[in-house]
Design a protein around this ligand. Structure first.
Ligand code: TYM
Length: 386
């Protein structure tokens, strides 16, 4: 794996956050400082509450915690001006529930604002980066992963899915304009490229920039994109923001989320550790086994836990309630309290979480099946998208 000079937090060898690698204990305050993003302030929260009528639990719980130019997007919204949404996926295997966090949030934003979504499926990126994968495999995963997006309920009238390899004809003119403006030395400083990095990978960041500007090309309406994603993707937007105005486009804005942890001790949920990862295509039995083997904030014995309580903030199970599987803030506070005082023990929480995840996945898997009939309606068609 390449090292990333600019975004690796060197003073703490434990924490590494790049678009291709996330490990160690993540210090989000420090990421804000080192990436040069802005914290999501109470003032912005208030504005969103006023603008959107309600705050999504992921906002109320500060799971989205950082941004770039969100205020510009809110200004536009409040003035009745348009913007678009943009997010994506690098398809190298099945989708896990961590990936769903920014997508569910994107859906909330789309429902509240009516903005069109451009979703990029980067089969080319994953082919270039993953030594072992063929282009046929990443393309196949791209179509599979799109079913997860559609299953979340996005509507084809407002959503275009860009499959890079298939749709490159619509992307390439913007990609070369972007690439010409970014020097190798900038790209190397931001992404840490080495002599052994393949040429396709070096060019690749220009392709991830394109959907920031594609709406302007397709509709002649030059509006900014707001990108909801976890903070690992931020280096792409740094270079894209630098060159946007030189190309006559608006700078893209971002809203960043934290990482859903894996079920093991420490680290984000990542497909490279499948046993600590809940995939959307897992069977109920697989889900149960993974949850029952999860790292928790519990004590070595039930007796000890009943007497001294557990630590919900060390507990992966609690995090899943917080991120995805308990919408009611009151119940989250109760769970927190009951864990700390030993009223509930890990087995109780694991049973409830297993049941909720399996209930969610049962419905989601049905919707994935149905999405197979709808996927062709989401394609990028030039000139007709507003
Ligand atoms: P990828 O496939 O690594 O991740 C897809 C999206 O999921 C987010 N993510 C997570 N969010 C919360 N918890 C986690 N454990 C977790 N793991 C991943 C990522 O931040 C991302 O938002 N290069 C990109 C594909 C892409 C893209 C984009 C992503 C192309 N254009 C625009 C975001 C926005 C990639 O490989 O994502």
């Amino acid at each position: 794996m390449i090292s990333n000079k600019a975004v690796k937090c060197l003073a703490n060898e434990e924490m590494v956050v790049t678009p291709w690698e996330v490990r160690g204990k993540i210090d989000y305050e420090r990421l804000i400082r080192e990436f040069g993003t802005q914290p999501l302030t109470d003032e912005l929260m208030e504005r969103m509450k006023k603008d959107f009528g309600e705050l999504h639990p992921q906002l109320r719980r500060r799971l989205f915690f950082s941004h770039r130019d969100l205020n510009v997007i809110l200004d536009r919204f409040e003035n009745g001006q348009r913007f678009v949404l943009y997010t994506g996926r690098g398809p190298s295997g099945p989708v896990h529930i961590g990936h769903l966090v920014p997508w569910i949030f994107t859906k909330y934003l789309q429902e509240k604002t009516g903005a069109r979504l451009y979703f990029q499926m980067t089969d080319d990126e994953k082919f270039l980066i993953e030594d072992e994968m063929t282009l046929e495999e990443t393309t196949k995963w791209g179509y599979d992963n799109a079913l997860d997006l559609i299953a979340l309920g996005f509507k084809p009238e407002k959503t275009s899915i860009i499959f890079d390899v298939r749709d490159i004809f619509s992307l390439y003119d913007i990609a070369v304009k972007v690439a010409k403006r970014i020097t190798y030395s900038t790209a190397r400083a931001v992404f840490g490229f080495k002599d052994s990095t393949n040429l396709g990978w070096v060019f690749w960041p220009a392709i991830q920039a394109v959907p920031c500007f594609i709406h302007a090309k397709l509709t002649q309406e030059n509006v900014p994109a707001l990108i909801p994603a976890a903070i690992d993707q931020d280096p792409y937007w740094r270079i894209t923001r630098d060159i946007a105005q030189k190309l006559g486009y608006c700078k893209p804005a971002q809203i960043h989320c934290r990482f859903v942890p894996g079920l093991g001790k420490g680290g984000k949920m990542s497909a490279s550790e499948p046993e600590t990862c809940i995939f959307t295509i897992d069977t109920p039995e697989e889900v149960k086994n993974k949850i029952w083997n999860a790292f928790t904030g519990g004590k070595p014995t039930i007796k000890e836990q009943r007497n001294t309580g557990g630590n919900p903030y060390l507990c992966t199970i609690f995090q899943y309630f917080l991120y995805l599987f308990e919408e009611d803030d009151k119940k989250i506070s109760e769970l927190d309290e009951n864990c700390r005082t030993g009223k509930v023990i890990c087995g109780d929480c694991k049973t409830i979480l297993t049941e909720r995840v399996n209930r969610f996945l049962k419905e989601h898997q049905k919707k994935r099946e149905k999405a197979k009939e709808e996927i062709q309606n989401f394609s990028l068609k030039a000139g007709e998208k507003k």
